[in-house]
Design a protein around this ligand. Sequence first.
Ligand SMILES: Cc1cc2nc3c(=O)[nH]c(=O)nc-3n(C[C@H](O)[C@H](O)[C@H](O)COP(=O)(O)OP(=O)(O)OC[C@H]3O[C@@H](n4cnc5c(N)ncnc54)[C@H](O)[C@@H]3O)c2cc1C
Length: 330
Amino acid sequence: MASGILTIVEQNDGKVSRIGWEALAAAQEIGAALNQPVSAFVLGKNAQAAAKSVAEAKIQQAWFAENAELANYTPDGFSAAARQVIERAQPQYVFAGHSYQARDYMPKLATSFGRVFISDSVGFRHEGGAVVFVRQMFQGKINTDFSFTPQSGTPYFVSFQASAVSSDKLQKGGSAAVADAGVNLTGVAIRTNVLEIFEGVKGKVDLTKADIIVSVGRGIKEKDKLPVVEELAKALSADLAASRPVCDDGWLPMDRQIGSSGQTVAPKLYVAVGISGAIQHIVGMKGSRVVVAINKDERAPIFDIADYGVVGDLFEVVPALTAAIKEVKG
Ligand SMILES: Cc1cc2nc3c(=O)[nH]c(=O)nc-3n(C[C@H](O)[C@H](O)[C@H](O)COP(=O)(O)OP(=O)(O)OC[C@H]3O[C@@H](n4cnc5c(N)ncnc54)[C@H](O)[C@@H]3O)c2cc1C
């Protein structure tokens, strides 16, 4: 009988990505609730190094595959490798972070087993011994519950949206066995030839690693007023980000945009200045630990998810806040 949770942990050249840790944290939580062991599979260039760090999480086993055919990501190579590990491990669940790679190969992998795939899950809960996964529909306007039925057949494939689970929840202090998965890709048709890997935007700012973000919206009114928020960001040693209209207007570069068509971030502190809180913005920052909103409209939706809210004119509030922070910091 299928048992256990196998997490396909994403890594890049030996370094586990945040979305990989998050998927593993979800597996630990669900594994504990279902009383099922958690294992991990890491693949690609330098996967062994990544598997070693994954093995420091409290899991049962970490497998890796470093075959030459996996040096570059391809849907054929990754799904064939994962398929072999799944056939051997016979897990009940297969988890992954909902990265660009996973959204490419996971449907292929699930359908190769004739199984369905609950993708881009934003949360989960336990109900009567089963796990209910939450997905968003209609651009995040509606949350919908999904669960596998006995007729679904195992394994159950699930991916988790970035920040759906905090990687802070990961239980470390483990010493799992690390083993070569023994994947053999001889004869597997890899129909993609990777010519070049390039970053979408040269010199792209990676806000996903920021601890503190000050984000500015259309409430700032014009580009020339940006120094008001730049000063606050500087005082807080924060990274500066923005809502889409600010980037669309060219006031800040596109790589500073937070939201469904920008970056997804989960800093310790997110200060939203003059941002209304449209759902397309919220999906990009709702994983923030503490949200502070400054907006002159007390009914602005950003206040629904803010931990602290200041109703007021940003041109008064922000300079006063900046001055107070500077004073405290000395
Ligand atoms: C397919 C699609 C994808 C999208 N992707 C994204 C995305 O990735 N990121 C994103 O951010 N948006 C995205 N959007 C746009 C989104 O729907 C909103 O239009 C956008 O987030 C609004 O930005 P804003 O809050 O800065 O501006 P507004 O909605 O105009 O809000 C400005 C806020 O500033 C406040 N304000 C004004 N003056 C002051 C003042 N003096 N002091 C204090 N507060 C003040 C106002 O009360 C208001 O709440 C997307 C839309 C679509 C259709």
